[in-house]
Design a protein. Structure first.
Ligand SMILES: O=C(O)c1cccc(C(=O)CC[C@H]2O[C@@H](n3cnc4c(=O)[nH]cnc43)[C@H](O)[C@@H]2O)c1
Length: 225
């Protein structure tokens, strides 16, 4: 990872940043402020679109690091609206099976891994730099789900399933699996637009989250410099 960071900062390799939608891409681009060595691309919504689009982008080569960036839901007590969550691990939280004894992940089923590890040192440095810049940021597991959580019951189940779960989004695992396929490290950041729990779209604060995402992108280029 250090090698990837060094290479990215030397412009020998580039950083690929994938967002779900245009508004997120535009926030990231504003934050990067025209810095060289970064490509920001739209992945679409959900893990399948994210994986396919990321793989297509990576096939051109030249990348040393892949980042999934966007807005997301924050788990109560971990991250509130406007806060940033840097993934300590990227978890496919609904990739498994329901059994009479409860949820079983693909890991337990013997079909692969629902977790993609990130570079802990880079996650720590990004989180620290965000906090040093006056932003509120935590490092913790970010969950990827194909369905946005909409009840307190599901939120509680997810928090129990993944200790320390801090945020959820719909693309991180797809982006990370594509990166892994190309032998590249992946990271994820979510700027919290809404609490995770009973669905209330009117409570989503997208402009606040996009503002935080822009600031976080500005800090990323300092961390990788
Ligand atoms: O309407 C807009 O202006 C707008 C601007 C930026 C983004 C959006 C989206 O709806 C993006 C969908 C995207 O958001 C992630 N997300 C946000 N909150 C959650 C959540 O609670 N649980 C899961 N995912 C969430 C997700 O990654 C979607 O791709 C709209």
């Amino acid at each position: 990872m250090i090698q990837a960071m060094t290479q990215a900062s030397n412009m020998e390799t580039k950083v690929l940043i994938m967002t779900a939608v245009e508004a997120e891409r535009d926030a990231v681009v504003r934050g990067l402020g025209g810095a060289a060595g970064y490509d920001v691309r739209i992945a679409g919504v959900g893990p399948a679109a994210a994986a396919a689009c990321t793989a297509a982008e990576l096939s051109s080569g030249g990348y040393g690091l892949v980042v999934s960036a966007g807005i997301g839901g924050g788990f109560a007590g971990r991250a509130k609206i406007g806060d940033l969550v840097v993934a300590s691990e990227i978890v496919a939280a609904d990739l498994g099976a329901e059994t009479p004894d409860g949820y079983a992940s693909v890991d337990e089923l013997g079909f692969g891994s629902s977790v993609v590890l990130v570079d802990a040192e880079l996650a720590r440095r990004w989180t620290e730099a965000l906090n040093a810049a006056g932003l509120v940021a935590v490092a913790g597991p970010i969950l990827t789900l194909s369905t946005v959580t909409g009840t307190a019951e599901t939120a509680a189940k997810l928090a129990e399933r993944v200790p320390g779960a801090s945020a959820e989004g719909m693309e991180g695992y797809g982006v990370a699996v594509a990166a892994r396929q190309f032998g590249l490290p992946a990271m994820e950041i979510r700027a919290v637009s809404n609490p995770i729990g009973p669905r209330d779209r009117s409570a989503w604060r997208i402009p606040d989250a996009l503002h935080s995402l822009e600031a976080a992108s500005s800090i990323l280029k300092e961390v990788l410099r």
